[in-house]
Design a protein around this ligand. Structure first.
Ligand code: IPM
Ligand code: MG
Length: 368
């Protein structure tokens, strides 16, 4: 088989810094595990806007469609706040998700033992936590029409539309049921069926898919507001959660903080299988571009490195090597190494972005 291709889009803010560390990891696997990738790099977000006047060129879009997997850093920053909505950095990311049809966004929230003390919640609430949020990523209020700011009489009205078709709900439900089957066999679906028709349909369709294809999985339903409350009260009651685009955006940030830092959380956005059998896929950290710390060597590269681990698992069928990388991260944390986001106010000295990457590479080498 030919060398798999990996398109890297570092993007804005801390994106390029954390991606530099991922490149070290990719190189390590090439040199030590016979896992070579054909890596190329391109621009997205504000970086693409600066160079081309658009947050994603058609050429880059085509390269993403052709790649075996895409790895993205982060997009956005205050510099671009006043840009027209249509060319904001975020539009580049949303176009990738939409045109690659990456409907299933996996956002694991896992609390590493070494960090259990670091969460703002009590240790026994988060220790050992391992949940997976499956967020619908190509529809809902992010993309529904009509949308816009319109004139109505003497005032303006802002409109967005929450819209879901049965097939959009069914396909993300199936991907969540499949994951639940491989994990503890439990799935909780979240919507607002008490106030939204799209929520009623969501609940109906998830129930139908369950009855027809996945009755072996234990399914529960929860209103998304109650779900947010339960996620902070006792998150370990959940295993896999499936929810829509907007609720998934909110709930995954919440779940990320359970683990101590947003700097720890990877994600995989998956679509339908391509001709070679691999799913269309984009991997990115859940954290944003963090412009306040960009360029200072303070960023935590772990979320992006763990996103590459997800690529090894979900795109390249290298589950054992993904586990090797995850264990290297765990080992470095167990050694007490921390970037600034993982330190309290106790005056301990953080290591830099680059030192964290080097430490993980050293752990990988020690694993051989
Ligand atoms: C995320 C981010 C994005 C989103 C932004 C950057 C468009 O918050 O991936 O969670 O809202 O989906
Ligand atoms: Mg978000």
């Amino acid at each position: 088989m030919s060398t798999p291709s990996l398109l890297i889009l570092p993007g804005d803010g801390i994106g390029p810094e954390v991606m530099t560390e991922v490149r070290k990891i990719i190189d390590w696997f090439g040199a030590n595990r016979d896992l070579a990738f054909d890596v190329s790099e391109d621009l997205v977000g504000g970086a693409a806007y600066d160079a081309h006047g658009t947050p994603l060129t058609d050429e880059t879009m085509a390269r993403a469609q052709a790649a075996d997997a895409v790895l993205l850093g982060a997009v956005g920053g205050p510099k671009y706040d006043s840009l027209d909505f249509s060319v904001k950095p975020e539009r580049g990311l949303l176009r990738l998700r939409k045109e690659m049809d990456l409907f299933s966004n996996l956002r694991p929230a896992q609390c590493f033992d070494a960090l259990a003390d670091f969460s703002s919640l009590k240790k026994d609430v988060v220790a050992g936590l391992d949940i997976m949020i499956v967020r619908e990523l190509t529809s809902g209020v992010y993309f529904g029409e009509p949308r816009g700011i319109f004139k109505e009489g003497n005032e303006r009205v802002g409109i967005n539309t929450q819209r879901y078709t049965e097939s959009e709900i069914a396909r993300v439900a199936r991907s969540a049921f499949e994951l639940a089957r491989k994990r503890s066999g439990k799935l909780c679906s979240m919507e607002k069926a008490n106030v939204m028709e799209s929520g009623i349909l969501w609940r109906d369709v998830v129930t139908e898919v369950h009855q027809a294809e996945y009755s072996d999985v234990e399914l529960s339903h929860m209103y998304a507001d109650a779900g947010a409350m339960q996620l902070t009260r006792w998150p370990k009651q959940f295993d896999v959660i499936v929810t829509d685009n907007l609720f998934g955006d909110l709930l995954s940030d919440l779940a990320a903080m359970l683990t101590g830092s947003l700097g720890m959380l990877p994600s995989a956005s998956l679509g339908a299988p391509m001709e070679n059998g691999r799913p269309k896929a984009l991997y990115e950290p859940v954290h944003g571009s963090a412009p306040d710390i960009a360029g200072q060597g303070k960023a935590n590269p772990i979320a992006c490195i763990l996103s590459f681990a997800m690529a090894l698992r979900y795109s390249f069928d290298q589950g054992d090597e993904a586990t090797r990388l995850e264990q290297a991260v765990e080992g470095v944390l167990a050694d007490g190494l921390r970037t600034a986001d993982l330190l309290g106010e106790d005056g301990a000295t953080p290591i830099s972005t680059g030192q964290m990457g080097d430490a993980i590479v050293a752990k990988l080498s020690a694993s051989l």
